[in-house]
Write a protein that binds this ligand. Sequence first.
Ligand code: ADP
Ligand code: MG
Length: 481
Amino acid sequence: MSVAYEAVIGLEIHVQLITQSKAFCADSTAYGALPNTQVSPISLGHPGTLPRHNRSAVDYALKMGLALGCNITKENHYSRKNYFYADLPKGYQITQFNTPICEGGGVNIRLKDGSRKTVQLIRIHMEEDTGKSMHDQDPRDSLIDYNRAGTPLIEVVTAPDIRTGEEAYAFVTEIRRLVRYLDICDGNMEEGSLRCDANVSIRPIGTSTFGTKVEVKNMNSISNVRRAIDHEIERQRGILDAGGAVAGETRGFNALNGTTFSMRSKEMVNDYRYFPEPDLPPLILSDQYIAAVHKLMPELPETLFNRFTAELGLSEYDAGVLTDDKATAAYFLEVVKHTANYKSAANWVTVHIRGYLNEHAVGIDDFPLSGKRIADLIALIDSGQVSNSAAAQKLFPAMISHDGKSPLELAESLNLLQTGDADLIESIADEVLASLPQKVEEYRQGKTGLLGLFVGETMKRSKGKADPRKVNEVLLKKLGA
Ligand code: ADP
Ligand code: MG
């Protein structure tokens, strides 16, 4: 008899902070520079050099903790985590061990079925990145670029609260959205600015002790995090079903075939000999300082989402798209400053404006029309002067190429103003019905879906200028409904 299992998953996410300089010295952190050009003796860990705190790195870590409702540590100490590896020039990493800057807190996620869940955090601590080994640049040797060494990171560690690959996907997506809102990380997983390790174990449903965990690394996209976890759960289930035991180990993810492979086993676990970093003074954060940083934070996506759904009555889908990034949310807010038709404003931003941006591969910051202009366009549609389709297909593109003219002026010059003229609509409707006697007969036999055809034909013959609501009315009357 096969046992039903559930997965227990905890994530460790490294967030590379977009400060200008490194965590403990003034070397630049700019991405893409020639290898080993941003490496002072401090980055390289030469004897006699001394680290200094980078205030921005601390502020960024603080923002993340405040956004996630963590308890902020007022007295921060740093430790040395000692190990030998070629990409670690000092022979140790400066990190926070006993006093992570943030403890507790949580991330609210929404799943596809609409359910919600809070993933609790254990801690967020500050540390520095290593250099980068490159094994594929030279046929014989591994090369190392130390530019990244000393770049500030925060590591977000979750409680083992996650149960599925989908939940992990939602969690990492939320973290990425948040760091982008806070402007503390570019959130780019492909380039390694956001890195996620997944700790995965499974246990029989109904039991409360944890199974042996496997740590999976090397997922360079959010969907690969989900794939790796889904695969790992199945792999562990296979082992247990066959009567075996899961080995505690670190595994890598192979994106080409979606499987994981063993990298190192638990027996080789490092002893990092953590000890207090003697060269950095404790970092003290006063309530006043924390409050000042808090003040600089933008409205968070979750707050906006709740506002858009609860106060503006938007669907969760629309609110999700609109709060996906800060610039889109800001643009939408600008539109609704000038219109009370929130649903239509959401539709223009999520459909037509996004369509334009995708087509032209530009961001919303480069969109030429102000929010006010879009609100004017909505007003024109709502007054019945321009049809939705004429607005979308003709007026909107014209506004983009003739910014400066009002939508009404443009609609006039393009001859898009709708006619509510009942006589004209009546006569076109008569023509249409006369030209389709067979269809009219079928309609009368009960094929009422044909109404759409008659409406479409009438609109076409009016060159889009008839008000579709009137056309509907007139046709229904003529068809004797
Ligand atoms: P380690 O000391 O091996 O790094 P930690 O206790 O620091 O382990 O936890 C690291 C991460 O692993 C956390 O995200 C935690 O939630 C998760 N975790 C701990 N135990 C398990 C388990 N049995 N199964 C899955 N995840 C776990
Ligand atoms: Mg760990």
